[in-house]
Design a protein around this ligand. Structure first.
Ligand code: PFF
Length: 472
């Protein structure tokens, strides 16, 4: 396959800038909001163990596959697939549909984080016993969370309008290190609380009796979600990457950073949860309920820690959601020939509507369901449990079976100048092991209740895309 010439493509201004931006995309609500509650819900240690195995064997290799596809073609998701083989355009379309759908619920949670910055400063911690109820009342309110969601989305839109290098990079570079240090401090406080030992045991001593078919799919979906894989994001980011960049070491760095933040987040939250004598089954409210209680325990300066934490959470969410928006925008610019400004308004405007429905589905619209779930869960489950896993499988199939092995080796080793001794291991993983592993996990996940009909619907959507997007 020849290289595609897209001379005017924007580039990252430095290596560190790219790592920060890619890590910024990976580290987000997935690590801090989602990973701890999934771990708590799925039995603790066993879930963490399966998750780490998936990250190492499937996630890391898939990330490298996405970087390679993006940089080789120098195109966004749809263009990259189309460039390899027109029949695979649908995989790229799926890679744009998924971030669009994730942006149907992500800004809602981003808005919660934003709201909690202000709530921390205005009395959230004054009555620790009421923190749980206050969270429930807040997210079911028809107006307040919508206001914060719109504000959060507006910030995304402003950053993405400014373009790749100036907007996304700057935000990531300054705020990711702050988040990291903060998570370490909170983690230390959490494990030194009285009664935290039970939480650590829960996290690190696997109880295999809690593992079901759906646990594996949950861990796989979370691995893809957290690493920003299985859609167009890392392909698009790879397309902005310089030809000198060392792809294997970039993928490894991003994976290690992302996984450490997820584990740190779980260490910050789960031991505290046990120390407070709460049930692990708190669901999506976990981080918004447990951490404020921990901050309240710090006494006088607790509110400051709380505000700084939610600022960092909001920023982590922001550096992820801008990448989701960027995938949709890059598609509109590259494939539809629309200007950046117009593309951002179109994509951002539609996301306001989908996120509005998601937010309301937790309160006044809770009676409205699609295939048995509310709008928020519809977007969440469909992307996380089906689209990302299948998207990851497709990128591996395309690289393994539809591209020339020598071309890929050339791209991965920068024409032979970078050593990558594990090339054959990686190549066989991508070509055979990962597609089969994903198929098995998806099969057992889909047949295990609940949500079977929703997942079959997801597969049907992919099939329809495969049939119709040939014409795109
Ligand atoms: N990885 C992000 C997180 O963990 O919050 C979410 C995400 C961002 C997923 C970008 C996918 C993506 F393309």
């Amino acid at each position: 396959m020849e290289k595609s010439g897209n001379k005017k493509r924007e580039n990252w201004s430095s290596r560190i800038g790219f790592i920060f931006a890619a890590a910024g995309s990976a580290v987000g609500l997935g690590n801090i909001w989602r990973f701890p509650y999934l771990t708590a819900e799925n039995g603790g240690g066993a879930f963490i163990f399966i998750y780490l195995a998936f990250v190492l064997v499937i996630g890391l290799s898939t990330m490298l596959a996405e970087f390679t596809l993006g940089r080789r073609t120098r195109l966004g998701a749809v263009g990259a697939y189309k460039h390899v083989d027109r029949r695979w355009t649908f995989a790229g379309v799926l890679g744009v549909l998924s971030p669009f759908m994730i942006m149907g619920f992500y800004p809602v949670v981003g808005g919660w984080a934003t709201a909690y910055i202000f709530k921390s400063l205005t009395g959230l911690l004054s009555n620790p016993a009421a923190i749980g109820d206050a969270f429930g009342a807040f997210i079911t309110n028809p107006i307040e969370p919508v206001f914060w969601m719109v504000l959060y989305l507006a910030i995304n839109i402003i950053i993405v309008v400014k373009g790749v290098a100036s907007g996304i990079e700057k935000a990531g570079k300054i705020l990711m290190p702050v988040l990291f240090v903060l998570m370490i401090l909170i983690g230390i406080r959490s494990i030194t609380l009285e009664g935290a030992g039970a939480g650590l045991q829960f996290m690190f001593m696997p109880d295999w009796s809690k593992v079901h078919g759906s646990t594996f799919l949950a861990a796989l979906g979370q691995a893809f979600f957290s690493l920003s894989l299985g859609m167009g994001a890392m392909i698009t980011y790879g397309s902005y990457l310089d030809k000198q960049e060392n792809l294997p070491s970039s993928a490894l760095t991003v994976t290690i950073l992302d996984t450490s933040v997820a584990i740190l987040a779980a260490i910050s939250i789960i031991p505290a949860l046990f120390a407070f004598g709460m049930e692990p089954n708190q669901g999506p409210g976990l981080v918004f309920i447990v951490l404020p209680q921990l901050f309240a325990q710090l006494g006088g300066i607790g509110f400051l820690f709380s505000a700084i934490f939610f600022i960092a959470l909001m920023i982590a969410a922001l550096t992820s959601s801008v990448s989701l928006l960027e995938v949709c925008v890059a598609y509109l610019i590259d494939e539809r020939g629309i200007s950046r400004k117009k593309a951002v308004s179109l994509a951002g405007g539609s996301m306001v509507i989908t996120s509005l429905l998601s937010s309301l589905s937790l309160g006044v619209m809770s009676g409205f369901t699609i295939l048995g779930v509310g709008v928020f869960d519809f977007f969440d489950i469909l992307t996380d449990k089906i689209f990302l896993a299948i998207g990851g499988m497709l990128v591996c199939i395309v690289i393994g079976w539809f591209m020339n092995k020598e071309d890929i080796k050339d791209e991965l080793t920068n024409g032979g100048s970078v050593k990558f001794g594990l090339f054959d291991v990686w190549y066989n993983l991508v070509k055979y092991v990962i597609p089969i592993a994903i198929a098995i996990v998806a099969f057992f996940g889909i047949i295990s209740i609940p949500h079977t009909s929703l997942m079959i619907f997801g597969l049907a959507v992919i099939a329809v895309l495969a049939i119709f997007s040939k014409k795109l």
